[in-house]
Design a protein around this ligand. Structure first.
Ligand SMILES: [Mg+2]
Length: 368
């Protein structure tokens, strides 16, 4: 008789929040910020520790400790679908979206990391590895940046990291955006150029700007209008130059959100974020929905967290190499991926996600 590996009961969940200042003031079309909050979750079972995280708010810590931890207490570490459902049900009366979803995401990522470690497998192998490496696009170009900041950041991504595409924020001062886009275009040559308005514009404004951006070979217009305006996004797919795609989905917290966005025909490329949409489990649901609609998928932010699942889902075009998160992952996670020729590659010699959190380095950022 062959013996299949047994799971182990989940032990205690530990949750800590860290507030990390940005290297410069940052803004996009709708908000400005000077720091990023990282919430780290660890869960033990069978002598191993699973690690997950999300970028959210320190107010998430008690929600995870008091509600989510209780919902999955003593569960078998291999029963991730059961744990995921129990967490979803536990927050029903709070609302499954927003903060609750970011907490479920962090815990779900920790459970997948734990399961892979218990089986002594890299997570990509446990999920089923479709591709060896994942293309990245450099993402930053904040509206607070000077032209020189923009040149410096974009030339680094193109020259040092080999990125085939870069993305910049627009929409806080639409009059100035064609000039900023021109600076970016002159810096990156023939590489792909994406813009992201974070929902700052209305349909007519977006269509007007897109006509200019079309001349500048912009190939991707992210959240030209609010991602809640599915009809507006749908209209823009017809109004934009033919070679310019509409992308949205980063505020998707549930499979229903992605389904509605896809059913509305609102996007050419769906974005999903495992640190918000229900973790590895939720990201795979989004990927399957995109696949069923014949729509490409792009992973949003938190590149180290996405790398293994990005290797395992169909129709994944690329993942976002977001400046703030790349910087934090490099500072605080041992095993964070390094780009090479425009791709990142999972280290298959390490089990799970291959990441270890550097608690002592992070100590000075602890939120209290
Ligand atoms: Mg965006």
């Amino acid at each position: 008789m062959h013996a299949y590996p047994a799971g182990a009961p989940l032990g205690q969940i530990r949750t800590l929040a860290y507030i990390i200042p940005t290297d410069k003031p940052e803004a996009d079309g709708t908000i400005a910020w000077n720091s990023t909050t990282l919430v780290v979750v660890e869960v033990d079972a069978g002598g191993k520790t699973g690690l997950g995280y999300t970028y959210a708010s320190a107010s998430l810590v008690p929600l995870i400790e008091h509600m989510l931890a209780k919902a999955i207490e003593h569960r078998d570490a291999f029963d991730i679908p059961g744990a995921w459902l129990a967490m979803q049900r536990s927050v029903r009366n709070l609302g499954r979206e927003g903060l609750a979803a970011t907490g479920i995401s962090a815990v779900d990522c920790a459970l997948w990391d734990l399961k892979a470690k218990l089986l002594d497998l890299p997570l990509a192998r446990l999920l089923g590895q479709l591709r060896a490496a994942v293309p990245i696009y450099g993402s930053g170009g904040f509206t607070t940046y000077t032209d020189d900041d923009l040149r410096e950041q974009f030339s680094r991504w193109v020259a040092d990291d080999g990125c085939r595409w870069v993305k910049m924020k627009i929409g806080s001062d639409p009059e100035r955006d064609p000039h900023r886009v021109e600076v970016a275009r002159a810096t990156i040559g023939e590489r792909g150029l994406f813009v992201d308005a974070n929902g700052a514009l209305d349909v007519k404004q977006a269509a007007g700007l897109a006509a200019v951006f079309g001349e500048q070979q912009v190939s991707w217009f992210e959240e030209p209008v609010s991602s809640d305006d599915l009809a507006g996004l749908r209209r823009l797919r017809d109004l934009l130059p033919r070679d310019m795609e509409v992308a949205a989905g980063e505020y998707g917290y549930t499979a229903d959100y992605f389904r509605r966005m896809l059913e509305a025909g609102a996007v050419d490329v769906l974005q999903a974020d495992a640190s918000r949409c229900g973790g590895i489990t939720g990201f795979m649901q989004a990927a399957i929905l995109a696949d069923a609609h014949h729509i490409a998928l792009s992973a949003h932010c938190a590149p180290a967290l996405h790398l293994h699942v990005a290797c395992a889902v169909p129709r994944l075009r690329h993942q976002e190499w977001f400046h703030d998160h790349v910087r934090i992952e490099r500072m605080l996670f041992d095993g964070a991926p390094m780009p090479h020729d425009g791709v990142i590659t999972p280290d298959l010699s390490r089990p799970g996600c291959g990441l270890e959190f550097k608690y002592s380095d992070a100590q000075r950022y602890r939120a209290h």
